[in-house]
Design a protein around this ligand. Structure first.
Ligand SMILES: [Zn+2]
Length: 523
């Protein structure tokens, strides 16, 4: 890995320095490339698109009316740009709609708490539920647990482990005495160890214990999945069938926890409304600019359209979506008669397992087979800084060649890794890689994506770094243009796969996986 990396870096530096003078000349000479840069820079639509998608439509959980609205918006938008687009139905899902979540602590004092219901959470009645909060005590065995279960009827149960600090570790590192920082970390580990041990003693697993709470008559579960950034919680799916599952921010969860532990019997009122919409169809939005010379060969731009719904789904994957929308708009304007067809896939239900793109690979084998390259973006708002050849032996040749045409102020940040290893998951390019089609991840600088915005309540418009997104638009549009203009379909030859040190056997190329087309029992 290391060796490959060094060779890759060396060859990139070598080839860039070798080609810089000629390529920058080419860039000036090539009116299409300079027009792409000019349009993206001086007539950017990113702010408008972001406003419409995040402020107006909002998050796009599979099966929600908002997801449907987004698909319809995208088709209308492409239509307004003169680009043919449609929504391709590939499956069905549990239709669900998030309503109001409002949480107040009533006793021992009045305080409005910060939290939200988890996706697909069952609804409360309109007037909500007012009840005492409880927590599992330290137990010695399953009997203790069963005994305690008899006491939770009519109560909310706190189901997450306690976090002793809401400060980031970097904050501690900067200000704490070294010994205080160490002590905090040890305390935190000890709490976590005890919590897991207590859970083990119940005889239940992390997932099925929630059913035991429901069966015992709890009125709701209160969890808190802190994302290690102040104010940031991961917001996934509810783990309940009949009662609401509410996620509360660390500081409010901690207060409830301490109140219970100290015998203060806190009472909360939860109004958490949601609507079931039965089974609803799921879609991918597909749009294309028809190729003139080779209409049956394709360059595919790819970004999943769906999101989790704790925030606005902005960096995951709204920004990837914006890149592909804006690149298509610009290509249609500057390069309206491409050699090959340029197709964009705004996939549904990536978050539940790359379902939309896997369905596309399964449903359109003729397109997939004749695809020159796929460019996917899906890891935040940052500028693209790495590009792996995904195990395609000659990716070095064609990707490097295409990258030469990208302005140096954009390409100079991109570290390449050739031939790289094929991804089996992570995002939608993997669906194409497994089918043996050159598909690449335009991988972004993190901007603390993992903890700050990825699947959190803070994944919102204000986190967009528009300059970086604009730079990704230029990169994507130029790569699409170059891939379209390439003489022949590029080589699909795969690398010799390395040995997996864990098994001692040669790794397999990832195999094609079936999409889940029936999410009607999603929870
Ligand atoms: Zn994503």
């Amino acid at each position: 890995m290391k060796k490959i990396f060094i060779i890759a870096i060396f060859s990139v530096i070598f080839s860039y320095s070798q080609s810089r003078s000629s390529s920058s000349q080419n860039k000036i000479e090539n009116p299409i490339i300079s027009s792409i840069v000019d349009e993206a820079t001086n007539n950017s639509q990113l702010e408008n698109l972001a406003h419409e998608l995040f402020d107006v439509i909002g998050p796009r959980l599979v099966g929600t009316p908002q997801m449907q609205k987004a698909h319809e918006w995208a088709v209308a938008l492409y239509d307004s740009w003169g680009i043919e687009a449609y929504n391709h139905e590939w499956g069905k899902w549990r239709g669900w709609e998030r309503g109001i979540t409002h949480i107040d602590m009533i006793k021992p004092r009045l305080s409005t708490l910060t939290g939200r219901q988890l996706a697909w959470s069952p609804s409360t009645k309109k007037r909500g539920i007012t009840a005492e909060v409880t927590i599992m005590p330290d137990i010695n065995n399953k009997n203790d647990f069963e005994k305690w279960l008899k006491t939770i009827k009519g109560k909310f149960v706190l189901v997450s482990r306690y976090q002793p600090t809401g400060r980031t570790d970097s904050n501690w590192k900067e200000y704490a005495l070294e010994e205080s920082f160490e002590k905090m970390k040890n305390d935190r580990e000890e709490i976590s160890r005890k919590w897991y041990n207590n859970l083990r003693l119940t005889g239940y697993g992390y997932r099925d214990i929630n059913k035991a709470y429901e069966d015992a008559g709890a009125v709701g579960l209160i969890s808190s999945y802190w994302s290690r950034v102040p104010g940031s919680n991961k917001v996934f799916n509810a783990r309940t069938e009949k009662i609401p599952n509410i996620d509360v921010n660390l500081e409010d969860y901690g207060a409830l926890y301490r109140l219970v532990k100290n015998g203060k019997k806190p009472v909360i009122k939860v109004v958490s409304i949601s609507k079931e919409h039965g089974d609803v169809p799921t879609f991918n939005t597909i749009a294309q600019i028809k190729g003139v010379e080779k209409p049956n060969e394709y360059v595919i731009l790819s970004a999943h359209f769906d999101s989790w719904d704790g925030g606005q789904g902005t960096t995951d994957n709204g920004t990837g979506t914006l890149v592909m929308l804006e690149a298509m708009r610009i290509l249609k304007k500057i390069y309206p008669n491409p050699k090959r067809t340029i197709l964009v896939g705004h996939w549904g239900s990536e978050e539940q397992g790359l379902n939309g793109s896997r369905a596309f690979v399964e449903d359109f084998p003729e397109i997939v087979k004749n695809t020159q390259a796929v460019f996917n973006q899906d890891n935040g708002t940052g500028r693209v800084v790495s590009l792996s050849g995904q195990g395609f032996l000659y990716s070095y040749e064609f990707l490097t060649n295409w990258l030469y045409s990208v302005p140096n102020n954009i390409s100079k940040h991109i570290k390449t890794d050739f031939p790289g290893l094929p991804s089996s998951g992570g995002s939608d390019y993997a669906s194409f890689v497994s089918a043996g089609i050159p598909a690449f991840s335009l991988s972004s600088l993190s901007w603390d994506y993992g903890n700050f915005t990825w699947h959190t309540n803070l994944d919102t418009y204000d986190k967009i770094v528009f300059d970086d997104v604009r730079s990704n638009v230029i990169l994507t549009a130029i790569l699409a243009y170059k891939a379209s203009e390439e003489d022949e379909l590029v080589s699909r030859e795969k690398r010799v796969m390395p040995i997996n040190p864990r098994t001692g056997r040669v790794r397999d190329w990832p195999s094609i996986r079936k999409p889940n087309r029936d999410g009607t029992s999603a929870k």
